[in-house]
Design a protein around this ligand. Structure first.
Ligand SMILES: Cc1cc2nc3c(=O)[nH]c(=O)nc-3n(C[C@H](O)[C@H](O)[C@H](O)COP(=O)(O)OP(=O)(O)OC[C@H]3O[C@@H](n4cnc5c(N)ncnc54)[C@H](O)[C@@H]3O)c2cc1C
Length: 305
């Protein structure tokens, strides 16, 4: 299967975009803001909160960063106008993290300040390992200025994550708990810095989550892995965590049955809603980075809806 995955991941970027869209559209809310808003409303109607993400990352020219900022400002204004129940996620490399860190910070700060006007929230997604220290720095600075309005993502496959949780505990107060999304991590990292085995990544996911619950951190439990969902239920029970002190999170289009079963238990659920013109580059880059995803694409070809 691994070999087949690799072939598919290799071939996909050469396929016509229209064909790739047939199976990508299950995971992408649309190519423009109108479509994203329609999807967000539908998810809200089904009882989910959302986090809206404009696709794009690793820009090579700072002029793109300004354009991306304008788009985010428009998203925030529009979502507010449409009464969307949700917040925003962004990737710092979309604002030039790897070109000019200070400018990138300034741009993200402006986006957060816009969200703050509406008492809303922006999450800094975590990208590959070259970005981790810089993204933590950005989060620290933002959190100092906007204590209730920013969050960060942590990846359980990174060996450093538990110490990152501990090192950032100074940011965690009773009034303003730190808000992390905990996920496994999507990038391909070396064994030196990342756990590679499924069992190890899962074991550390639950250890990280337990550390968060023990310390009153607000976690977004971001997984479609039933074993982790069950593990999270046990921890919620063990620490008697009230329902408003955490949430589950899933990607748009993935495991809707599991999502519904979590909602049915009365837990909060937030869906990550990615959209934008960069969908093709995003889908194919993800596949090249992680050919295991090809399996999901194959499934999506046969199982729709
Ligand atoms: C809300 C959210 C935000 C995220 N943000 C980040 C981030 O900022 N940085 C980062 O590195 N990673 C991010 N991720 C991705 C994450 O790191 C994982 O790569 C991804 O969630 C798959 O891991 P899993 O926990 O679902 O477990 P897996 O073991 O990968 O999957 C469990 C099961 O879920 C199903 N499944 C998983 N993915 C798919 C799919 N694409 N299509 C169909 N079925 C699927 C399959 O049935 C699979 O067997 C995010 C994930 C979520 C849910």
């Amino acid at each position: 299967m691994m070999f087949l995955n690799k072939i598919i991941a290799f071939i996909l970027p050469m396929m016509p975009q229209k064909l790739v869209w047939i199976f990508s559209k299950r995971y992408i809310a649309g190519q423009n803001l109108n479509e994203a808003i329609i999807t967000a409303k539908k998810l809200n109607d089904e009882g989910n909160m959302v986090t809206i993400d404009l696709l794009g990352e690793f820009i090579t020219d700072m002029s793109e960063a300004e354009k991306n900022k304008e788009e985010y400002i428009e998203i925030i204004n529009r979502a507010q106008k449409e009464n969307i129940v949700g917040n925003y996620s962004l990737k710092p490399t979309m604002f030039g993290l790897l070109i000019d860190k200070e400018k990138c910070y300034g741009i993200i700060r402006e986006i957060v300040a816009k969200a703050v006007e509406y008492n809303n929230f922006v999450r800094v997604d975590m990208e590959d390992s070259q970005c981790v220290d810089m993204e933590i720095d950005i989060f620290r600075k933002l959190k100092a200025e906007f204590p209730k309005n920013v969050g960060l993502v942590l990846q359980s496959y990174m060996r450093r994550t538990m110490s990152d949780i501990d090192n950032m505990m100074d940011l965690n107060t009773k009034d303003n708990p730190v808000n992390y999304r905990l996920c496994k991590g999507i990038y391909v990292e070396s064994e030196k810095i990342a756990y590679k085995k499924y069992e190890e990544v899962n074991e550390h996911f639950l250890k990280d989550l337990e550390q968060m619950f023990k310390n009153g951190v607000y976690p977004g439990i971001a997984t479609h892995d039933e074993k982790l969902v069950i593990g999270a239920y046990k921890l919620i029970e063990k620490y008697k965590v009230p329902n408003d002190k955490f949430e589950f999170q899933m990607l748009y289009g993935v495991t809707p049955a599991l999502r519904k079963s979590i909602l049915k238990k009365g837990f909060r659920m937030r869906i990550y809603v990615p959209f934008g013109k960069d969908w093709f580059a995003y889908s194919t880059r993800r596949l090249k980075e992680n050919p295991k995803m090809a399996q999901e694409i194959i499934k999506a070809l046969f199982i729709r809806g």
